[in-house]
Design a binder for this molecule. Structure first.
Ligand code: PMV
Length: 326
């Protein structure tokens, strides 16, 4: 007999280094954060498609494409994909989503939702926990509904957990992900520069700009890759001052790529004024999250973000207790 309700959880993520360049085969460094998305899975009232409610909007949404539906089409398609992946019995499920991260802010909300849905559904049906490869493969199918052809960094990071180095082999359409063991805990202030216009359109617009000056853009992608490789060593050594400097450099290159905005620049300069070790946009840009690395308490930077009218929170990136040294 199925349980009354089970919960699937997945954390959000930040990209510390390498967004956009990762699409073209450069390494990225990303990490899960201590807030995410929880999905309660229970038996629905009918079996013509799963229902999804959010703790905020509370609107039911059928997975069946419905011209009079009350939710975004992509979410309905994502639910239909969950049914394809997890079997028709998923049609009779009801999902209630509890999100601690905003959507469309570069914090991995769609990948976290996909993974929380997959974990929760498997658990509801009493299946063994999905292994990493299966989770990544299935989450990618759902991510493609939201993002077209993403690099895969979001859902691979979220499925893996912790801080990782992610790199795709563009030609072979494969990827490698490995844990990056941090010598010191990372303390971050996160400010939200408003919703972004979507990862898909940010990546497409950049691709379009790059076709007019391909050699120049390629050099920027290569430089971002070099910065990510250098940052990997500094993160492993706990040299957070150098990590912050490289975040600033990475941000300057993202600005050169045209994915920053005045609101993002305002957040970055507030963070630097308040003594952050470094700050950069995180994710697709055009809005979304700015991350600021601090060496102590993120609260003053968070308060400064809020005083300027931005939503903000503190988060930290930890190692499992066995690996922790700071
Ligand atoms: O979806 P976001 O905002 O976390 O951006 C993902 C990172 C990009 O490099 C911009 C896109 C991708 O597919 O890797």
């Amino acid at each position: 007999m199925s349980p009354d309700v089970v919960f699937g959880y997945a954390p959000g993520k930040v990209i510390l280094f390498g967004e956009h360049a990762v699409v073209y085969g450069q390494p990225a460094i990303a990490a899960t954060i201590d807030r995410g998305i929880r999905v309660a899975v229970s038996q629905g009232a009918h079996d013509d498609g799963p229902i999804m409610r959010s703790n905020g909007a509370g609107l039911p949404m059928r997975a069946k494409p419905d011209p009079h539906g009350d939710g975004p089409q992509a979410l309905r398609e994502a639910l239909a994909t969950v049914v394809q992946l997890q079997g028709v019995r998923a049609k009779r499920l009801s999902f209630t989503v509890d999100a601690e991260i905003p959507a469309g802010a570069g914090l991995g909300s769609s990948a976290a939702l996909a993974i929380a849905l997959l974990r929760g559904t498997a658990q509801y049906f009493g299946e063994p926990a999905l292994d990493f490869d299966t989770l990544v493969k299935r989450a990618f199918v759902i991510e493609r509904v939201f993002h077209g052809n993403p690099s895969g960094v979001d859902h691979a990071t979220i499925a893996h957990g912790g801080c990782v180095v992610y790199q795709r082999d563009v030609g072979a359409d494969t990827f490698a992900v490995s844990a990056l063991v941090l010598k010191r805990r990372l303390r971050l202030a996160v400010g939200i520069a408003g919703p972004h216009a979507g990862t898909k359109s940010a990546v497409a617009a950049l691709r379009d700009r790059a076709t007019r000056h391909p050699a120049h853009y390629q050099r920027i992608y290569d430089s971002i890759g070099d910065i990510a490789r250098a940052a990997r060593g500094h993160l492993a050594d706990g040299a957070l001052g150098a990590v912050g400097e490289l975040m600033d450099l990475n941000h300057g290159l993202l600005n050169a790529l045209g994915v920053s905005t005045p609101a993002i620049e305002a957040l970055v300069s507030i963070a630097r004024d308040r003594g952050a070790l470094g700050a950069k946009l995180s994710g697709a840009g055009g809005g979304g999250a700015v991350i600021a690395l601090v060496d102590d308490d993120p609260a003053p930077v968070v308060s400064a973000f809020e005083a300027a009218g931005f939503a903000a929170f503190a988060t930290q990136i930890d190692q499992p207790a066995s690996q922790e040294t700071a």
